[in-house]
Ligand binder design. Structure first.
Ligand SMILES: [Zn+2]
Length: 397
């Protein structure tokens, strides 16, 4: 059994190292390389794996296999010894998020005895799940303030090793089930937990912890947060978004919510007014179209195709036309897909629902309705004229 010495256990700031190649073989996802020692952190404990290179070959994944750590490189690696280089920007980012997580989890525990049950370090943001769904906004702010206070004090973050019994005696925030030697990460006079991850050496390097949002799940609260450079980037992006919104509303940043509320109300009122007008317009149009039409066999048949943007108007017109005496309205509306409205003055001789069904059966689409009003859709707009001609023929069938 190969055992890899984990250099990051002792020194999280090691970016470059020399190692002996123990295994180098083809694997399902690339070339699998095991070294006698490595500074590469494997995907575990919620923290994603490092990236970097082994003698210039890109490392695409790092897997914790128990005793050994496997590096997956893109292509064949033949050398007996390698120089490993860690993608430092990515690693430092992970160290900031992970250390921030310790601070935030400890803060939630101190502020309200909320325990962290899981941690996920994502590409955009990280989350912790707390063991209660009863947290208030105020408690959230309190924990965030407390954790950030520890950052301002720039406390030391120490790594030590102890046996399981010693660790239990010292007291850990989260008890571990690991046996043998336990790695302990301690934020001086604030938090002590068992952890195999990578952390910054002083809390000041976390920079800032910014809680972005929280949602209540069944029995849990999921807290989303960003730390360090991510917090800066996120705050900058948020501010840009807000500034853009304020510019669009011609207002101040702080007034954006009020401006949105005001505009939404105005929009609702405008839509209501428009609907009223369209309805009235449809009545006028209906009368006009009706007077201009010719009576045939005791009724007036009005057939017309409307543009897609006049959908509401067309539908209202169909209704309005049926308020005229002995009328049949066959209305098509363009669009993708197109729509049909067939209507008649109540009590008319034809069956609109049946005619619509027969029409869409021939031209495509679907629909149906009652005897005096039916509607359909889903047909190609190129076939609207054909549909109306067809329906007109069916009226006398
Ligand atoms: Zn940790």
């Amino acid at each position: 059994m190969n055992r890899t010495e984990r250099l990051y256990y002792q020194d999280c700031y090691l970016r470059e190292f020399e190692a002996r190649v123990v295994v180098s073989e083809p694997g399902p996802r690339g070339w699998r390389v095991v070294l006698d020692r490595t500074a590469f952190y494997p995907d575990s404990g919620g923290q994603p794996a490092d990236r970097g290179t082994l003698s210039g070959l890109p490392v695409v994944d790092v897997i914790d296999e128990g005793d050994a750590i496997a590096h997956i490189v893109e292509s064949r690696l033949d050398a007996p010894n390698v120089t490993g280089r860690i993608d430092w920007e990515r690693r430092l980012d992970h160290m900031q998020q992970h250390t921030g997580q310790h601070l935030l989890s400890a803060a939630f525990e101190q502020a309200g005895e909320y325990k962290t049950v899981s941690f996920h370090l994502g590409a955009e943001a990280s989350t912790i799940d707390l063991d209660s769904d009863r947290l208030s906004r105020r408690q959230m702010d309190e924990a965030e303030d407390l954790a950030n206070g520890i950052i301002y004090e720039d406390r030391e973050v120490q790594i030590s090793f102890a046996s399981a019994e010693e660790a239990a005696r010292l007291g850990l925030r989260k008890p571990t089930e690991r046996e043998g030697e336990i790695r302990i990460v301690e934020v001086r006079d604030f938090d002590r937990s068992a952890c195999g991850g990578t952390h910054v050496s002083r809390t000041g390097a976390v920079g800032l912890i910014l809680v972005r949002r929280f949602e209540r799940l069944k029995g849990l609260t999921r807290v989303e947060f960003v730390c360090g450079r991510r917090a800066l980037k996120t705050a900058r992006r948020d501010c840009l978004t807000l500034t853009e919104a304020a510019r669009l509303f011609s207002g101040a940043l702080d007034n954006v919510p009020a401006l949105i509320t005001k505009q939404s109300e105005e929009l609702r009122a405008a839509l209501r007014a428009r609907e009223k007008l369209v309805k009235r317009l449809a009545e006028y149009e209906a009368r006009e179209i009706w007077s201009a039409s010719i009576e045939r066999g005791g009724r007036r048949i009005l057939s017309r195709v409307f543009a897609a943007e006049d959908y509401d108007e067309a539908k209202m017109l169909a209704h309005a036309l049926t308020r005229q005496p002995t009328t049949v309205a066959l209305i098509g509306v363009k669009g993708e897909p197109a729509a049909l409205f067939f209507a008649q003055t109540p009590g008319g001789a034809a069956d609109m629902g049946s005619i619509l069904k027969q029409t869409v059966m021939k031209v495509g689409g679907k629909g149906g309705g009652a005897r005096d009003f039916a509607q359909g859709g889903g047909l190609d707009e190129e076939r609207l004229e054909e549909a109306l001609t067809l329906a007109e023929g069916l009226l006398d069938a």
